[in-house]
Design a protein around this ligand. Structure first.
Ligand code: PHE
Ligand code: ZN
Length: 891
């Protein structure tokens, strides 16, 4: 077992292996309790490494036989220590044959080979392959695979693995087999097999170069009518990568498989992507607009990995952002392009901004918090104990921001040239982040050495901006200063390269063309300044009046912008900023100021000026509904907590309730009018334009319900009953649940009754209740509800989606209830983390992270949390996954 004493792994210690594997033939005799895995590996000496034994990792394996064919006197000598087999072999090549027995049914970790609803599935990233057979289980070992699967035909009629199907047929005893070959060398983390009772939606399409390829979406029988959107998303992704990066599918067949038990969102196994059902299945009656959107972006993400991750992979796990940051950036660009296309030329800018806002909301709520706590790490970490703990918002989302900055600095064409060069150098290799940035630098003839600090430094940089206006010369001097706060192990930080997109707004609300001192002509109205020193001043000349600066347009860098702005100025930018992202951001800043003043007791009511500015934006018919819905949604609670010092969840919740009630009540007529105006007629279709209208309509219901407006509550009840799609039905239910309406319990019960057999919809039902605020004192604490729901027949601690929906929502998205003053939430957390850890350490560690930032909370909460952290850390047999999280929190 790899518990208790997992050592710290350091990036600086990387050593190539003495032996790698050129090809591997795998044979699986699948049985739920005793699966036999025969492996035959052709091992080759690595000329780039020092002499040493063949090293094979193994975990939770029963070794039945081991045979080594190799040269040299000691060949075949075997040692085993700390989960690694060491085999001596001389010469250049050796063949190792090993047979292991594994128990898929007992595997509750969902890493390696496991069972889900009677079928066999694998998950090998990051280190799951060693739970299947002995192997040099590192991404820098790229081998060619052939795989034979053998299973009971009735239980598992479908047998899939990576690459192309070579043959299939019957075997005695009701069994059958299939043999697959993957023509591309790949690291073991991209291996996959599926043996289950599934059906496929199929499509044949031609690639850009005219090759016919077979696309399949495999789902359980009865779900075929929910697979169409995933298929369409796949086809759109293929076209986009061809058009945008000249990258084509390199296989004859590409498969997506949906599985109900899965730790993460989805996995990019070569030619055989395995997905959490949540990111595949959708039909109007069960999936919301947001579900449709997420499916499109996750399908794209996994598909894009085929080049950024699979064809070119990571040398070691410290380089994870090489594939993840880049692929998230690619899926964000894809989604923005899809939204822009649907919106047409007129709405494209706004549609892109809406997507950008979504992404930045996630970054600010999740990644900024991570960067401010004990788990803070650079996008390329220096050390870890459990790599599974480093699939983080920093590696993914901040990693994508770093790639985006390169794109901003180099331009679309320069970025594309860098990508082309990267593939021309590294196709088929396992490389580092340096290799990527060097290709970008070389292709563009620029020096990116200082830029590399983004890969080295943790923490969210602060950019402080101040302006000085000289009326006599018409000059506006903008001074930008950067500072990155210390993070664990990194007390001092060096200045970064920060692209700051700037606009200057005149008193008439219009952008001024920008001319920097020394330039002969005014240029564009937005330009990107490169802040590279600790402090720099940029002088804009030729201005007719004192401008209002609009900084960090489009969120051009993952930083906190510190700029003193009066309420009036924020309202001005809310009304006039030509950059839609910044227009939204002005509204968020103003809302944050109002809410934090209420929470801190510096104000007792929502100021009229804010209500007026909010109302003007809400009713600006020139703005599209999706944008207005973003602008009218308050900043995320997690983000606001992060901005509060000390964090006081109860005070913040009270402030949020007061703000929602004020805005709901004062603007009740506006909201009611919006409900009508935003109605979408006709049968449901997933279309961003319709989605925006539904989002704004649902938000209107939310505000009215929060304010207890009788007309709004009646509208929510009616809509709940008459809705013909999930977006509207769930929107209405959410409004009722987030209110004092007595109708909420009946609605919850009716919803449950209607969807009692639908696992994914029930996840929504669990999450809604776990995330519920207490709008009146008569309602019992949410924890009681959560405990009761754990006893529901549909709940299971073994299913990650259920855990994330019920416990994850309570711990991570309901701060005020979780941090109840009596400490009940904290004790519950410890109990559940320990219980989960015995089944699934990865899921337990994710839940454990809910308390990592405990030192930011008010002292009374800290004294309630600390003993619970200690209690978890002292639990016998605790996994290294949870140990790492809780240990760092207590350090
Ligand atoms: N590599 C997957 C992705 O980002 C995520 C993942 C990691 C899935 C580890 C499973 C296990 O697309
Ligand atoms: Zn990924």
């Amino acid at each position: 077992m790899k518990t208790e004493h997992a050592p710290t792994i350091r990036r600086a210690d990387y050593q190539p292996l003495a032996w790698t594997v050129e090809r591997i033939d795998l044979h699986f005799s699948l049985d739920p309790d005793a699966t036999l895995v025969k492996s035959r590996m052709v091992c080759v000496r690595n000329p780039a490494a020092e002499e040493g034994p063949i090293r094979l990792w193994g975990e939770a394996l029963e070794r039945l036989s081991l045979l080594v064919e190799g040269a040299g006197p000691a060949a075949g000598t075997v040692r085993e220590a700390d989960g690694v087999l060491e085999i001596d072999a001389g010469g250049e090549r050796a063949v190792v044959e090993v047979t292991t027995r594994i128990d898929p049914r007992a595997n509750t970790t969902l890493s390696g080979l496991y069972l889900s609803n009677g079928g066999f599935f694998t998950q090998c990233e990051a280190e799951g392959f060693r739970r299947i057979t002995y192997f040099p289980d590192r991404p820098d070992v790229m081998a060619r695979y052939t795989v034979t699967l053998e299973a009971d035909r009735a239980a598992c009629p479908v047998l899939l693995s990576n690459g192309n199907l070579l043959e299939e047929g019957d075997l005695p005893g009701g069994r059958h087999y299939a043999r697959w070959e993957d023509p591309f060398p790949k690291p073991s983390y991209l291996f996959a097999l599926v043996a289950a009772k599934l059906v496929a939606l199929e499509r044949t399409v031609a690639t850009a170069s005219g090759r016919e390829v077979l696309l399949q979406v495999w789902v359980e029988e009865g779900n075929l009518d929910r697979s169409e959107h995933a298929m369409e998303s796949l086809i759109h992704s293929m076209r986009w990568d061809e058009e945008t990066f000249g990258l084509e599918l390199d296989l004859d067949r590409f498969m997506i498989v949906a599985v109900g038990d899965f730790n993460m969102g989805a996995m990019e196994n070569k030619g055989l992507n395995i997905f959490n059902t949540k990111f595949v299945l959708a039909k109007p009656d069960t999936a919301t607009d947001v579900d449709y959107e997420n499916i499109e972006s996750v399908v794209a993400h996994e598909y894009f990995h085929n080049w950024t991750g699979n064809r070119v992979t990571c040398r070691d796990w410290f380089q994870l952002t090489l594939k993840e940051g880049l692929t998230v950036f690619r899926d964000q660009q894809f989604s923005a392009d899809m939204l822009a296309r649907a919106a047409g030329p007129e709405g494209a800018v706004s549609a892109r901004a809406v997507k950008r806002i979504d992404d930045v909301r996630v970054l600010r709520a999740a990644q900024f918090a991570e960067d401010a706590g004990p788990m803070a790490h650079p996008i390329r970490p220096d050390s870890y104990r459990e790599i599974n703990n480093f699939y983080t918002a920093t590696v993914y989302e901040k990693g994508a921001e770093v790639i985006r900055m390169l794109h901003t600095l180099l331009g679309t064409e320069g970025f594309r040239n860098g990508m082309d060069l990267y593939f021309s150098y590294h196709d088929g290799q396992a490389v580092t982040c340096d290799d990527f940035v060097e290709a970008m630098a070389e292709a563009n003839g620029v020096d990116l050495d200082q830029f590399m600090r983004w890969y080295e430094q943790a923490g969210t940089p602060r950019v402080k901006a101040s302006g000085a206006w000289d009326a006599a010369s018409g000059t506006y001097a903008l001074t930008l200063a950067q500072h990155t706060p210390p993070t664990p192990g990194q007390p001092e930080k060096q200045p970064l390269v920060i692209p700051v997109a700037v606009g200057l707004i005149g008193p008439d609300g219009r952008d001024r063309p920008l001319r920097l001192e020394g330039e002969s002509q005014p240029g564009a109205t937005t330009r990107v300044l490169a802040l590279t020193a600790a402090g720099q001043t940029f002088r804009f000349v030729g201005l007719d009046a004192e401008p209002v600066p609009s900084l960090l347009r489009g969120f051009s860098a993952p930083v906190v912008l510190e700029l003193d702005e009066t309420d009036e100025r924020l309202a001005f930018r809310m009304a006039h900023d030509a950059d839609p992202f910044n227009r939204w951001d002005a509204a968020q800043r103003y809302a944050e100021r109002v809410i934090l003043a209420l929470a801190g007791g510096q104000a007792s009511a929502v100021p009229q000026a804010f209500v007026a500015a909010f109302r003007a934006l809400l009713n600006d018919a020139a703005l599209d509904p999706a944008f207005r819905a973003q602008a009218a949604a308050l900043p995320a609670e997690a983000y606001l907590l992060e901005r509060m010092s000390p964090a006081d969840p109860a005070a913040l919740r009270a402030a949020l309730i007061a703000t929602m009630r004020t805005l709901g009540g004062a603007l009740a007529d506006d909201w009611l009018a919006l409900i009508d105006a935003m109605r979408v007629d006709g049968a449901y279709r997933y279309h961003p334009g319709d989605a925006g209208r539904r989002a704004l309509g649902n938000l209107a219901l939310r505000y009215l319900a929060a304010a207890g407006d009788a007309r709004g509550l009646a509208a929510a009840s009616t809509r709940f009953e008459s809705a013909t799609d999930m977006t509207e039905r769930f929107g209405a239910l959410a409004a009722l649940v987030q209110s004092t309406s007595p109708a909420r319990e009946a609605a919850l019960a009716a919803f449950h009754e209607r969807y009692r057999d639908d696992a994914l919809v029930l996840d929504k039902w669990f999450a809604l209740q776990a995330g519920a605020w207490r709008w009146d004192d008569a309602v019992a604490p949410t924890l009681e509800r959560v405990r009761a729901l754990m006893a529901d027949a549909a709940f299971s601690l073994s299913n990650p989606n259920k855990v994330y929906a019920l416990l994850g929502t309570f711990f991570r998205a309901n701060a005020a209830e979780f941090h109840a003053a009596d400490g009940s939430g904290h004790a519950f957390w410890a109990e559940q983390v320990v219980a989960l850890d015995a089944k699934n350490p990865q899921v337990a560690a994710r839940m454990a992270r809910a308390l990592e930032n405990w030192c930011r909370y008010a002292p009374a909460l800290q004294s309630s949390i600390r003993p619970q952290l200690e209690r978890v850390l002292a639990a016998p047999g605790l996994s290294s996954d949870v140990q790492e999280i809780v240990g760092k929190a207590l350090a």
